[in-house]
Design a binder for this molecule. Structure first.
Ligand code: MLT
Ligand code: MN
Ligand code: ZN
Length: 307
């Protein structure tokens, strides 16, 4: 099972168009050390030919240009993208769907019911795509393993996670189960597993068990501290308010680092969906060193894992 990171940044990317924080400034000036990153998305395959895109970011076309395996090769109109799974209905995870409108057949789209609701109402991408390639709707049932014909060597299981419905959703103040999911992806032949959760505010018992069972853990790396945006004067919202568990704990609650520390040392631990303000993006920072000292990786666009 191949797992590719197409985009490792949170919404807005790095550099963000209107941001001049230390990281955005250096990434924009290409000051060599802070690598630019595109918005959050991964791709999974069992044969390196057909891929499942997990989240379609606004940077999808740039991401496809960077990955020949996802480009057309077998016929005049073709793509390595066989289907799309959505983790949530956030703007940075769904706007790229519009970039797939030129398909000649309906786009196989996998998501939970609340996500389809948001993409039919608040942000009506599904009916809109109906005027182009159309959508082949596949509703994901939480906890029930499913397979996608084009990538039959991988078994997917969606787990409900606590995070936040998108700001435009009528459920912003009270998320429904399925608004946000984590994905457990199993290599059916070997039993090896990968866990993916770019938006995670609470590590429940079920989520922890899934993380603990995986060889590769790709998780929410949005913020270093829960007051990161507040401290920079960029927002009044804490990381928790936005549905993200920061790397550092707060109010006696463990942070993402503490949770990752408890996983087996053999587990590959990777922080992804990283907000441009996060100091771990600077390879010379103390925060980056602290992460690396614990054997945790800071995701970069183009990273690939074999599981
Ligand atoms: C999030 O991850 O919290 C959202 O994607 C925020 C955003 O970029 O809109
Ligand atoms: Mn996001
Ligand atoms: Zn910035």
């Amino acid at each position: 099972m191949k797992v590719k990171i197409l985009g490792s940044a949170a919404g807005g990317g790095l550099p963000q168009w209107n941001c001049n924080c230390a990281n955005c400034g250096r990434a924009r000036r290409r000051a060599g050390d802070v690598l630019p990153r595109t918005q959050s998305s991964i791709a999974v395959s069992d044969d390196g030919v057909d891929w499942i895109l997990i989240n379609a970011s606004p940077d999808l076309l740039t991401q496809l240009r960077a990955h020949p395996e996802l480009q057309p090769s077998r016929s005049i109109r073709d793509s390595g993208i066989a289907a799309v799974i959505l983790i949530d209905a956030q703007i940075d995870h769904v706007t790229g769907l519009l970039m797939l409108r030129e398909r000649s057949t309906p786009l196989p789209l996998y998501a939970c019911a609340p996500v389809f609701d948001d993409l039919s109402d608040g942000l009506p991408l599904v009916p809109l795509l109906g005027h182009y390639c159309g959508v082949e709707r596949h509703e994901i049932v939480l906890g029930e393993p499913f397979a996608i014909p084009a990538v039959s060597g991988v078994r997917f299981t969606a787990l409900a996670v606590d995070s936040k419905a998108p700001p435009y959703s009528p459920r912003r103040s009270g998320a429904a189960r399925g608004d946000n999911i984590a994905l457990l992806m199993e290599n059916i032949a070997s039993g090896a597993r990968a866990f993916y959760a770019p938006g995670l505010e609470t590590v429940s018992r079920t989520v922890y068990a899934a993380m603990h069972s995986a060889e590769l853990v790709l998780v929410d790396g949005t913020f270093w501290s829960t007051t990161e945006m507040i401290d920079l004067g960029l927002s009044t919202k804490s990381a928790a308010n936005m549905g993200h568990l920061a790397q550092c704990g707060h109010d006696g609650r463990p942070g993402m680092i503490q949770w990752l520390d408890t996983l087996p040392s053999t587990t590959r631990k990777v922080l992804t969906h990283i907000n441009n303000t996060n100091p771990i993006l600077d390879p010379h920072s103390a925060e980056h060193a602290a992460i690396r000292a614990r054997g945790i990786d800071v995701a970069r666009d183009g990273m690939q894992f074999q599981v």
